[in-house]
Design a protein around this ligand. Structure first.
Ligand code: DAH
Length: 358
């Protein structure tokens, strides 16, 4: 028996080496199995840490190498390196496989079926009121008018007083006004913009003012507490009623067609003298009488007149030198006529089935 065999430690050394070898081989097979079953990158990373990480299984086996002798160490060391290399290769392989299959899955998911019908983008349409207001504005811009604006929360002074409607004037009752306080109202007409314009500009003045107005009316087929007017004002030397009539004729033909006619009926507005209500020949029947015009042949759409001298004076314009005409067009009424809408509420309910018709 060789002397070394007498060494009691000899067999235990052999056992230790065998044990480590077994451990390393186990790690190898176990890792190989687990790696081949891996399906996600994160899982793979977890396995890498489990086997090769600082606290991993391979490392813990290598820690045990301290107890080996100088001859044994390289044997196990080499095996350990082989296992490490093997695992690293397997991990790299698995990674490639996963990346590849993830890419393929993504590509498959992103396949575009060009035969599926496209999603239709539904375009909005212009509201009938906007259509009419824009058309009217266009007509007057074409005649050299400028657009003016004024506040909807307005001073009593501009809404009434300066328009020759003093306190207690019956005209105030006609326009059921929303009062914010004694001196401030929600404007009941766009006429206050006339005053604001004349007080801030010198003639010649030619303005058009589309805007929202408010009156304390209950809602029904022809009334709404909010509605729209388009105010017009012209002030210059020598402006006459003939200019007003000519202007309104151009307006009516522009909006309702070349064959449209207008007719003026005497009326009263405190801020104009003389004043008139203006009708347009019925756009549906052309004047012979039909359901739309209630057999009248005419439809009333605006009020107008020559600016009252008192109003000019209030604005610092000498009525002996200057004169002017003004008008106020009802936008809702015009839109309802133009599009044959029989209930004003339709204009405010925003029912798509209605709005899509324009
Ligand atoms: N502001 C009037 C109303 O709301 C309409 C009107 C009539 C305006 C005659 C005018 C005008 O400018 O001259 O009933």
């Amino acid at each position: 028996m060789p002397s070394s065999f007498k060494d009691e430690g000899f067999f235990s050394h052999i056992r230790r080496i065998e044990k480590m070898r077994d451990q390393l081989n186990n790690i190898k097979t176990q890792a190989e199995n687990e790696l081949s079953a891996v399906t996600a990158i994160q899982e793979l990373e977890n396995l890498r840490v489990k086997f090769l990480g600082k606290k991993g299984e391979l490392t813990s086996v290598l820690r045990g190498m301290g107890s080996l002798s100088a001859e044994e160490r390289p044997v196990i060391g080499q095996l350990a390196n082989e296992v490490r290399e093997f695992l690293e290769n397997k991990i790299e392989e698995a990674k490639k496989r996963l990346v590849n299959s993830e890419r393929n899955k993504k590509l498959a998911d992103e396949v575009i079926d060009v035969t599926i019908p496209g999603k239709r983008k539904i375009l909005g349409t212009k509201h009938p009121l906007s259509i009419v207001i824009d058309e009217i504005t266009e007509i007057f811009l074409g005649m050299g008018y400028e657009i003016a604006e004024g506040p909807e929360v307005e001073k009593d002074y501009y809404n009434f007083e300066a328009l020759n409607i003093p306190k207690n004037h019956p005209a105030r009752d006609v326009q059921d006004t929303f009062y914010i306080n004694e001196n401030v109202v929600l404007r009941s007409q766009t006429s206050p913009v006339q005053i604001r314009t004349m007080q801030s500009k010198k003639p010649p003045i030619k303005i058009i003012c589309p805007g929202r107005v408010y009156r304390s009316d209950a809602v029904d087929a022809t009334h709404s507490p909010i509605f729209h007017q388009i105010e017009g004002l012209v002030v210059d030397k020598g402006v006459t009623m003939g200019d007003l009539v000519g202007t309104l004729e151009i307006f009516a033909k522009g909006l309702f067609g070349e064959n449209s006619k207008i007719r003026l009926r005497p009326h009263h507005f405190p801020f104009t003298e003389p004043s008139a209500e203006v009708d347009v020949s019925c756009w549906a029947c052309g004047g012979t009488g039909c359901r739309v015009c209630k057999n009248e042949g005419w439809i009333e759409i605006l009020g107008a007149g020559m600016v009252h001298p008192k109003v000019l004076e209030e604005c610092g314009i000498d009525p002996d030198v200057y004169s002017g005409f003004a008008f106020g067009i009802g936008a809702e009424r015009t839109a309802m006529g133009r599009f044959n809408i029989d209930d004003l509420r339709l204009l405010y309910e925003n029912d798509l089935r209605f709005l899509r018709q324009f």
